[in-house]
Design a binder for this molecule. Sequence first.
Ligand code: CAA
Length: 260
Amino acid sequence: MNDEPLVIVERDGARRVALLRFNRPKQLNALNAQVMDELCRALEELDADETIRCMVVTGNERAFAAGADIGEMATASPIDMLRGNRIAQWDRVRRITKPVIAAVAGWCLGGGCELAMALDLIVAAESARFGQPEIELGVIPGAGGTQRLTRAVGKSRAMEMVLTGEPIDAREAHRLGLVTRVVPDELLVEDALALAAKIATKSPIATRLAKEAVNAAFEMDLTEGLAHERRLFYLLFASEDQKEGMAAFLEKRKPEFTGR
Ligand code: CAA
């Protein structure tokens, strides 16, 4: 194990947001087991922390993450892969209940792109490049790339990216709906944190169920999804935040959401 943290966490208590920054710059933030473990642990801790309502995950100006660590996998047998079950770490990220934003500059490839897509939304810097280059290594995306990229950008474009391994730039990722917006590199982190801070002003219970409901759109058919959404909507009427939100509207004042 490396002594230096490979994921640096900064909390902004006033805005109720946290920034998680990959810290493996020489390897372009390649996601080895330790990076993924630190990321998952930090996200799980923040998910349980009532003072934080939204998180941002970022890399540096050269790379969000250039993929799973190839050195760790190069000589692995199928049984090593199965026993290590590294890909389960991408599923751990999926179980976080608070919104998590990926702020992406530079390379966002392979497992890095799969990680960004497993988070809730992506803000891209002009320099961002998204791709699934696994085909160059004689494999295929293994942490959701064939599924989430296809849902995000459609079959033809996903097929081209997965079969050729060629990346797309930030503008194209935006045009295709993979990212919510593109900002100048120097503004990336502040823009993503400002978006997180805006989300953090909302009811934490409502944001949690909103996230759950939108994600359900990828898992359920329309009838099931609508029924699920309706149940979550009704459930929110048990919260103090619903009473506060609606009373504040009628009293023409700003709501104070407590997460109760
Ligand atoms: N794993 C391990 N090390 C990596 C890495 C990765 N995914 N990506 C980059 N690095 C390392 C390089 O080996 C290099 O290390 P050294 O300085 O010790 O040689 C260092 O990071 C810098 O990389 P480059 O010298 O290659 O930098 P570059 O600017 O010339 O190229 C790049 C940048 C195009 C991103 C290139 O590094 C690259 O192609 N990386 C691999 C991308 C990739 O194939 N990702 C998919 C991984 S498999 C996967 O993710 C499976 C899955 O679905 C879960």
